[in-house]
Design a protein around this ligand. Structure first.
Ligand SMILES: NC(=O)c1ccc[n+]([C@@H]2O[C@H](COP(=O)([O-])OP(=O)(O)OC[C@H]3O[C@@H](n4cnc5c(N)ncnc54)[C@H](OP(=O)(O)O)[C@@H]3O)[C@@H](O)[C@H]2O)c1
Length: 333
């Protein structure tokens, strides 16, 4: 009896105190008013299309000074921003793989800062591709990492002093594929997992300066943006060496291509969930560290996935029907 009372005191009391503390800080933070965005500036990369494009329009409608980084400022997407938005929105030519573009963009932002300064940078620019690792070249990995990882590192290092001065926000658009290690997405996962490592380290360093860092992890929004580039089985087949053609037969590559496109086309058809999360990360007084954006049905699965033991996460793929078809087709010769 005495032992039970002592262990209750030892373990029960601290747990109650910790839970109460967490609950109180959460309630207090929720009661704090969201940041007033008017008069502040936000830089977004990759505004030619997709999430970045929609976010730029939304923030412009709320009176934010938007610096919209575009890969092709003369292209259709950039020109539609110019036509539909107020004069507060400024188009920047910003290829995130170019030191020169980033430097020039920094000069333009510095010269056009509103009174309240640069509040946030949304690292959104990105590309994707699919292929098994053995069907890829080092250059394929390099290209992906140059845009998705080094692009955001380059942009962050350039703009951090301005964001630090306003105790603002750094936002990183990652993906569920940063931790969901499925077939065909090796290069993309490498780039996004690297991005998350960068953002996590930055969050710790920036905490003492009052800058908050958030990671957005969208699931499948293939039909809602321009991220999907059509690629056929022949595109892959033609690049394979004879040795690999013998291992990975043509029928399997066609199946993989069909499976990939069908999966991507079954995603969300509008960007709202993602742009809402971006806006929350920029405006809330208590932004989340991570915004996991999948359907309610899938939420628990994706939330738990990174914490499961590796043998289990591997088994989710190796026991799947697609993996079995792959095995059957590759070893049926
Ligand atoms: N859609 C999804 O299902 C999904 C899921 C998870 C994560 N994401 C991530 O969300 C972010 C936005 O993608 P999205 O889905 O909105 O696709 P998107 O419509 O293709 O938008 C990506 C934007 O980045 C631009 N871009 C490409 N290379 C660039 C470079 N070197 N420098 C600057 N900008 C560049 C693209 O310009 P161009 O159009 O001119 O090429 C485009 O405007 C990406 O980081 C992506 O990885 C998307």
């Amino acid at each position: 009896m005495a032992l039970a009372a002592a262990s209750l005191l030892l373990f029960g009391l601290p747990s109650v105190l910790i839970i109460s503390f967490l609950a109180i800080t959460r309630v207090v933070s929720r009661c704090q008013s969201p940041k007033e965005l008017k008069g502040r500036a936000v830089l977004i990369t990759g505004c030619d299309s997709g999430f970045g494009h929609h976010l730029a329009k939304h923030l412009d409608s709320r009176g934010v000074v938007v610096f919209a980084g575009c890969l092709f400022p003369e292209g259709h997407g950039a020109q539609s921003l110019k036509k539909d938005c107020s004069s507060n929105l400024k188009l920047l030519k910003l290829d995130v793989t170019s030191d020169e573009d980033v430097q020039k963009a920094k000069e333009v932002v510095q010269a056009n800062l509103p009174e309240k300064g640069l509040w946030a940078v949304v690292n959104n620019a990105g590309i994707t591709d699919w292929a098994e690792i053995e069907w890829s070249t080092t250059d394929d990995f390099q290209k992906m990492v140059d845009v998705n990882l080094f692009g955001c590192i380059r942009t962050s290092i350039a703009f951090l002093p301005m964001v630090r001065a306003s105790k603002g926000r750094m936002v990183y658009v990652s993906s569920i594929l940063s931790f969901f290690n499925c077939l065909n997405m090796g290069a993309y996962s490498v780039s996004k997992r690297g991005m998350e490592a960068f953002a996590d380290c930055l969050r710790v360093e920036m905490a003492s300066f009052g800058v908050k860092v958030s990671i957005i992890q969208p699931g499948n929004f293939g039909p809602a943006t321009n991220i999907l580039r059509r690629k056929t089985g022949s595109d892959i087949w033609e690049r394979l060496s004879d040795e690999r053609k013998q291992m990975f037969n043509r029928q399997y590559i066609d199946l993989a291509s069909e499976y990939f496109m069908t999966t991507c086309n079954s995603g969300f058809t509008n960007t709202e969930m993602v742009t809402d999360a971006m806006v929350h990360a920029i405006t809330s007084s208590h932004p989340k560290y991570r915004y996991l954006l999948v359907s309610k049905l899938d939420m628990f699965f994706f939330y738990a996935f990174p914490y499961l033991p590796t043998f289990l996460t591997d088994a989710i793929f190796t026991l799947s029907p697609m993996y079995h078809r792959r095995k059957a087709m590759l070893f049926s010769k």
